[in-house]
Design a protein around this ligand. Sequence first.
Ligand code: NAD
Length: 465
Amino acid sequence: MPTKSEPSVDAGGLRQTLQEAFDSGRTAEADWRRQQLKGLIRLVEENEKQLIDAMVADLGKPRFDAWLTDLLTTRDEARHALRHLDDWMRPRRHPVPVVTFPSTAWTETQPIGVTLIIAPWNYPVQLLLSPLVGALAAGCCALLKPSELAPATAAVVAELVPRYIDPEAVKVIEGGVDVTTALLEQQWDHILFTGSTRVGQVVMEAASRHLTPVTLELGGKSPTVVAADADLKVAAKRIAWAKYLNAGQTCIAPDYVLVERSVQDDFTDRLVDELTRLRDKAEPTSIVNANHVRRLEGLLDGHGGEELLPRKTDHASRTMAPVIVREPDPASPLMQEEIFGPLLPVLGVDSVDDAIAFVRARPRPLALYLFSSSSETERRVLDRTIAGSVCVNHLVYQVAAPSLPFGGVGPSGMGAYHGKAGFDAFSHTKSVMRRPTRGDVPFMYPPFPPVVQKVMRLLTRWPLR
Ligand code: NAD
């Protein structure tokens, strides 16, 4: 029996089993990769009900939301990889400079090895299995660690994965901090972690002990800028939807809104209407647990602003009605911490340039949203702000395009995945040069005759390809 201080996981044993599968060489074969990706697609398609039931049990997600945001995204990610796999795996020729003549050069990819994928609870299928798509496409073995805060989903995924995917090459281990800590003591060839910035630091510190490369998909406060020339009706509707989705428990949810003061009242009135409509008519998602309900209630204390919708929490179902907070104190916890819940601060700014300055003065966000009808404003915001991704005139949908790399920058993350970026994250790109042994002329070795030196200097003036 493991004691309280001993995790109930044989991390070294698991690592070793995966290593043996990797060393067999089969996972590098294109055919194996294709079979696994097809298996993953079938896993999602054939178990839709079971997976959605689990997400409803864990998070009270509306069933269609669970299908759209967890199952469809995962399936499309796998379908995209399957379609492009041959191209991604193809070696690529590279031009060579005259100094290496005669030679050919190319890059080719190899699976990075045995990898660890750690997921959060908020999109518990997508954020565990979409990274796996990249690992499988790249030919890697993977240990999947779902979040202990979505235990029903973790259990279903742990049961399904070995039925559809090579069970020696991909394993799921359920558990909390003690399990993850034990896993992080092992040496992995790559770690992809999705979760909070705080735990991202823990993961990177552990990885640094083995110089293990990491992809960190973290969180933060994603701003939404509403310019005076925006279509305010559409902006209000879309911002309200993106905040209401999953009760704001979305890493790329609009965390707060900066709206030009000339349209602030008009915009805020519309936002109140839209959130009221959603609150009254659309099914809510629950807050993941009572601790997070308390955390969110705490954020509402002492923000110094005006609340535009009434607070309403049902503790039994852990549902919270959305609250708009007008002009909170930028120094308050509401404006300092990632909200990750259905609270939406709205602050007026004098101009889009002021909004840009506000964003630039804060940690680089995972996502940034802009509502404007001006292409100059769009260009200025794109050029002057640094964010993981941007969506103009909508929110969240940038994550649904498998061909767009998804990742943060600075404190919101490191590296990216989705589509080819996921394949690259789990691949090593190896450079190879080949030179013939024929025509091995002696004047290409020291001591170089003066005439050779002169010719070389002349030839190397030619522009490089
Ligand atoms: P979290 O960081 O608390 O947990 C994530 C994972 O880390 C879980 O599997 C958990 O078991 C493990 N973990 C927790 N504490 C640990 C510790 N001390 N040592 C080792 N492992 C530990 O995050 P969460 O609460 O599950 O998710 C919410 C956060 O994730 C938010 O900050 C959100 O923005 C972020 N997030 C980011 C993305 C993205 O794609 N960038 C997506 C979803 C969520």
